[in-house]
Design a protein around this ligand. Structure first.
Ligand code: SAH
Length: 550
């Protein structure tokens, strides 16, 4: 089997229309008859038979483990970005060893625009294009990017074809609605209008386009209003599906991530960025919504692609306090750029062929300058490597993670951020101290002690922290803890406030001590406490009787 003959799994959304299901099946059969690929199956993620799981099962039963999965959708919206990848992920769990390349949505594509023009011409039956306005009606989505695709297709359909004009509209969830766009064309002086459904197959929503058009036409008998057929099963569609199949195998998928609401804060959609796709309601669907909930919001399969940098929080030290996602990306890495505080056990467990760059030991002084680290990340990514930047704790808690994200972005390198278990919370916890406790502390403040109180560059309001009664967690404060304690007491913290010192939390040599706030500077000196250590200040410290009092 040559790779370009890899079996094709055509994934449809599903419809309550028997005609629509038959058209889908006919298309799958048409592609099969072409005999360009070794095997072809089609399945639906909901509403229609056969379900996706049967289609995958049939391919697996015939011995296939490598597939191209192609979402049979015109534009990437929730179905293509979320629902279908989630359904495929479930199939991968069901069939260990199953792999698939995921193809991109069908549109926009000249083959589709030509086919739309054919459907329109069929309704025109010889009447001239110049006197005809087109209302191109898409499904409509809560995803502005998908709606924008319909507007783009409207423009491309108009270019060079000689129609009076093409206006986009939507049957569901987006404006302008069918009546609104028809009224707009009427006011523009249109006498003849063809409503062209931008739909692959027959279905409940295309039927509704016909109904709404008929209502409008009845209200304006002086206008000539017609409806074209959807694209339907045809050779052009089969050609396009096979093109997308070939493209997926070349790994040449260009999703429209730049305008994706799950990635980029688009006006009015800011709350979608980075969020799981919530089950949503299609007011116009008879079903009223979707049958299942999904774990994945975004269409990017979890994983690290060549040329990407993953900034991964490694946790406080033990090699099993990294997240499952972080470990998966680490296992996929070609190059690991490790922090001084990155869990050493994780580095020891890497495959021998992985290049490990120790950011603490590279030339340029005692520790690698941030610019050098950024350059290293970018250079390896540009060389096509899967790069993991492994950090201690969480990358965004005093970890300079965001500086690296910005540097990569400036160089055009994509990043993936994986949060980690921060020592700010984990170090106290590993020593038996909760940073909050009902009735004891209702707030916790994480503070860098890198700059002492009074330092001109300090952004910390030490006076306010002195007045507060909750928990303070001080990081990078080994050298400054004496001054900090004095400052807190001066601004109102009781001298006898209990303090916890945790050094090397989670490591075999973890060391802890408890003392009073007015003693902590002296205790740190006496025990020669060195980084990494955290200091926890506040009444929660008294809750851990197991910690020895110094
Ligand atoms: N991003 C890291 C913090 C980096 S700043 C995180 O989220 O944990 C470095 C400081 O973190 C150290 O000075 C120390 O205060 C703290 N730290 C990190 N690992 C630690 C550990 N295992 N035990 C105690 N403190 C630790």
């Amino acid at each position: 089997m040559t790779p370009d003959r890899t079996p094709l799994l055509v994934v449809g959304h599903g419809t309550r229309s028997a005609v629509g299901v038959a058209q889908f099946a006919a298309l799958v059969e048409r592609i099969r008859r072409r005999a360009v690929v070794d095997d072809v199956e089609g399945g639906f993620i909901e509403l229609s038979r056969p379900p996706l799981t049967d289609a995958v099962g049939a391919l697996v039963d015939r011995g296939h483990r490598n597939l191209v999965a192609l979402p049979l959708v015109l534009a990437a919206a929730g179905h293509g970005k979320g629902d279908i990848p989630a359904a495929l992920a479930r199939e991968k769990q069901r069939h260990p060893g199953l792999r698939y390349a995921y193809g991109r949505p069908l549109g926009p594509h000249p083959l589709l625009h030509d086919t739309l023009a054919e459907r329109i011409d069929a309704t025109l039956a010889g009447d001239d294009r110049a006197g005809t306005w087109i209302a191109l009606i898409g499904r409509g989505s809560t995803d502005p990017d998908a709606n924008a695709e319909v507007a783009k297709v409207a423009r491309l359909l108009w270019e060079g074809r000689g129609y009076a004009g093409v206006e986009p509209g939507f049957i569901s969830l987006a404006e302008p609605s069918v009546p609104a766009v028809l009224d707009r064309l009427r006011r523009l002086g249109a006498r003849r209008i063809v409503v062209a459904p931008y739909f692959l197959f027959a279905g409940v929503l295309p039927d509704r386009i016909v109904e709404q058009t008929d209502e409008f036409a009845a209200a304006y008998p002086e206008l000539d209003v017609r409806v074209a057929d959807p694209i339907g099963d045809c050779d052009a569609l089969a050609d396009l599906v096979l093109q997308r199949h070939a493209e997926a195998l070349r790994g040449d998928i260009r999703m429209n991530c730049d305008t994706c609401a799950y990635r980029v804060a688009l006006p009015g959609f800011v709350d979608k960025v980075g969020r799981p796709q919530t089950p949503h309601h299609h007011p116009d669907d008879p079903a009223g919504g979707h049958a299942h909930h999904h774990l994945h919001g975004h269409h990017h399969e979890p994983g690290l692609r060549p040329g990407q940098v993953a900034i991964v929080g490694g946790g406080p030290g033990p090699d099993d306090l990294i997240t499952v996602r972080g470990k998966a990306l680490l296992d996929a890495a070609d190059v690991v750029v490790a922090d001084r505080l990155a869990p050493p056990g994780l580095l020891a467990g890497l495959r021998p062929d992985v290049l490990v760059v120790d950011a603490a030991k590279v030339p340029r002084g005692p520790s690698m300058g941030q610019d050098t680290i950024n350059d290293t990340l970018v250079a390896h990514a540009r060389a096509g490597k899967r790069v993991v930047r492994l950090k201690g704790g969480d990358p965004y808690v005093f970890g300079r993670g965001h500086e690296e994200v910005l540097a990569c972005a400036a160089a055009g390198v994509e990043t993936v951020l994986v949060p980690g278990v921060s020592s700010a919370v984990a170090a106290p916890a590993l020593a038996g101290v909760p940073v909050t406790h009902r009735g004891t502390a209702h707030d916790v403040t994480v503070v860098s002690g890198h700059l002492p109180p009074g330092h001109p560059d300090s952004l910390v309001d030490w006076a306010a922290l002195g007045r507060s009664r909750g928990t303070l967690v001080l990081l990078m404060a080994v050298d400054t803890i004496g001054k900090i304690a004095a400052e807190l007491i001066e601004h109102g913290r009781a001298a006898e406030t209990p303090v916890l010192v945790v050094r090397d939390a989670g490591h075999p040599g973890q060391w802890t001590a408890r003392c009073r706030l007015d003693e902590v500077g002296e205790v740190a000196r006496r025990h020669d406490v060195r980084p990494p250590a955290v200091f926890v200040v506040g009444p929660v410290v008294a809750l851990a009787p197991a910690v020895p009092v110094d």
